[in-house]
Structure formats: structure tokens, C-alpha cells
Design a protein around this ligand. Structure first.
Ligand code: NDP
Length: 310
């Protein structure tokens, strides 16, 4: 496993990391989740991405169970705040109240006294950005979080947060978490250059387009796959994309790689990227995906991929 600094910080993240959305405490039973985590760590994964909302707190609880008895400092653990955790009008968004109360909930469920990274899970149009930057800065000063980040924020909003934090000598966000993969390249125009300029790393979600960028959907929808239980995957599961994957799989084969390894290595070709956060329903998937770290794709191969993706 190779490691990259998260933006301009000294924090090092594994190029391939593991996330718990839909899987931990949800689709996947605890023993299989523990097996995925064990395999990941065996192969050098050090970053685990969670959120309060994943399985309504259960993803954090299950990870907390696995973490018990292990050396806390070996891991970079993230969680997130924004989405409603109940019907209460204040149990949502990025108000100071919700941020301060949510972090306590996450720490308790995880059984740890600090988070390495705390993400604002979306931008909150109803809370002034100053309030968010101050609350996050206070959490860093209290030692409850070490770094904070944004997820799916517009470039302008991230820039505002960075500028305010620098003006007040507070703590700027040092990482953005967007969706990025061979089928969704929207961040290349504005987010990538802005993050590079302002010193933020980028950790990407759904790097395999939820499994569409594997070979599993080439001949229909297999039993037990994500497409059998989640509607989120449907927009990527089109005949055009399946045809692209068929062609990309041939390129992967010529290189001695599997399709998921090619898809992840393609993301990691960009120096702006710190880590790809993969999901997994089985330890064998983790075992396969971690091998994308350290793979270099030649200019010729990248050009061939570009022709298929256009
Ligand atoms: P991926 O694109 O990596 O999809 C993961 C799914 O693809 C797995 O659960 C599995 O599904 C399938 N898969 C993975 N590897 C393989 C393989 N080698 N062979 C075959 N199938 C494979 O990412 P996710 O969509 O799961 O997102 C990853 C993480 O990103 C989340 O856990 C979360 O931490 C973060 N995230 C953040 C969001 C945000 O708003 N900030 C939003 C969404 C995710 P199956 O076997 O069930 O078919």
C-alpha cells in the first residue's frame, strides 16, 4: 500500500481506503464487516470513512465494536454531520448546536475520544458559513477532531470557508469528499484546481460507481449485488455504461489488472486525489481493490481509456 499526504497537511492516508455506507451495520452482517476490515488493515488500509447517518448510527456502532482493543492511533477515522438523525428541527444541518451535539454522538458510538477527520456532509444554505467555520475551529481546539472537511460542496463555498478560517487564524477545511469515477468527472473543472490551490486533499466516494465499474453487471444483475437492493445505483446502470465497461475490461486484461483495479488506478492517476474510498460486501473485494495502489497507467493506456469514456 502506498500513502499520500492529505492536501497540504502532514496526515498520510492509504491510497485505497474503506467506507461503511450501506454495508456496515446494514446490508452486511457484523462478522463479514469485521472480515473486510481485517483484510483491509492487513493490506495497509489506514483510513476508514463513516457518518452518523450510515444505518442511523449503526455503522459507527459496528466499527466501534471492531475497534475495541485495537491501537486507536493506527487508524484515521472520519465521520460526518448534516443529515437529519431525528424529526427534531435542530437535529440536522450545520448549526453550531447540531455540530457540537452530533460529534458527541459519533464519539460515543465509535468508542473513541477524537475523530481524525470530521466532514460537513453537505453545504447548509440555512446556516451562515462563519458559524460552521467557528464551530469546526472550536472542535479542533478542543481536541475532539484533528481536521475538518467538506463533502459535495461547491468550489466557491469551500473557498469562502478557507478564506474565513485564514482571516481569523482558525482552522480551514483540508479535505473535500466528492463523487468521482470513470463515469462521473464533474470535479475536474472547478473542484480539483481549487483544492490544489487552497491545500485541500480529495478523498472520493463511489470510485467504482457502486459496482458498475466491475464486471458483475455485464450479463445482467447478479443475486445479492447492490443493484438488487439500492435504487442509488440505477442512474449509472445504463446500456451505454455497460458497453464502456466491456471495452475497459479488455484493456484491464491486457495490463494484467482486473476491471476494479483499473478503475481505481485511473482515479489515482491524478495527484490531487489523496484516497479512493471503496465499499465492500465481501473481504475478497477488498483484497482485489487494495492492489490498485501503486499501479501506474501509461500515457497510451490513458489515451485509450479517454476514447472509451468520451
Ligand atoms: P464503490 O463504488 O466502491 O461501491 C462499492 C460496492 O461495489 C460494494 O459494496 C460491492 O457491492 C461492489 N464492489 C466493490 N468492490 C468490488 C469488486 N472488487 N468486485 C465486485 N464488486 C465490488 O463505493 P460506495 O458507493 O460503496 O462508496 C464508498 C464509500 O464512500 C462509502 O462507504 C462511504 O464511506 C463513502 N460515501 C460518501 C458519500 C458522501 O456523500 N460523502 C456518499 C456515498 C458514499 P455489492 O457486492 O453489494 O454489489
Amino acid at each position: 500500500m502506498e500513502y499520500r499526504n492529505m492536501g497540504r497537511t502532514g496526515l498520510k492516508l492509504s491510497e485505497v481506503s474503506l467506507g461503511g455506507w450501506l454495508t456496515f451495520g446494514g446490508q452486511v452482517d457484523d462478522d463479514t464487516t469485521f472480515a473486510c476490515l481485517d483484510v483491509a488493515v492487513e493490506h495497509g488500509v489506514n483510513f476508514i470513512d463513516l457518518a452518523d447517518i450510515y444505518a442511523r448510527g449503526n455503522a459507527e456502532r459496528v466499527f466501534g465494536k471492531w475497534l475495541r482493543g485495537k491501537k486507536r492511533s493506527d487508524f484515521v477515522i472520519s465521520s460526518k454531520v448534516y443529515w437529519p438523525m431525528s424529526d427534531n428541527v435542530n437535529d440536522r444541518g450545520l448549526s453550531r448546536k447540531h455540530i457540537m451535539e452530533s460529534v458527541e454522538g459519533s464519539l460515543k458510538r465509535l468508542g473513541t475520544d477524537y475523530l481524525d477527520i470530521y466532514f460537513c456532509h453537505r453545504y447548509d444554505e440555512e446556516t451562515p458559513i462563519e458559524e460552521v467555520v467557528l464551530a469546526m475551529t472550536d472542535l479542533v481546539r478542543q481536541g475532539k477532531i484533528l481536521y475538518w472537511g467538506t463533502s459535495v460542496w461547491e468550489a466557491d463555498n469551500i473557498e469562502d470557508a478557507v478564506d474565513l478560517a485564514r482571516h481569523w487564524l482558525g482552522y480551514q477545511p483540508f479535505v473535500e469528499q466528492p463523487r468521482y469515477n470513470m463515469l462521473d468527472r464533474h470535479i475536474e473543472d472547478a473542484i480539483m484546481p481549487m483544492c490544489a490551490e487552497k491545500g485541500l486533499g480529495i478523498v472520493v466516494w463511489s470510485p467504482l460507481a457502486q459496482g458498475v465499474l466491475t464486471t458483475k453487471y455485464l450479463d445482467g444483475i447478479p443475486e445479492g449485488s447492490r443493484a438488487t437492493y439500492s435504487h442509488w445505483i440505477k442512474e449509472d446502470l445504463t446500456p451505454e455504461n455497460i458497453e464502456r465497461v466491456r471495452k475497459l475490461t479488455a484493456i484491464a486484461g491486457d495490463l494484467g489488472l482486473t476491471m476494479p483495479q483499473l478503475a481505481l488506478a485511473w482515479i489515482l492517476r491524478r495527484p490531487e486525489i489523496t484516497s479512493v474510498i471503496v465499499g465492500a460486501s465481501r473481504p475478497e473485494q477488498v483484497e482485489e481493490n487494495v492492489k490498485a495502489s501503486g499501479v501506474t497507467l501509461s500515457e497510451d493506456v490513458l489515451a485509450e481509456i479517454e476514447r472509451i469514456l468520451l
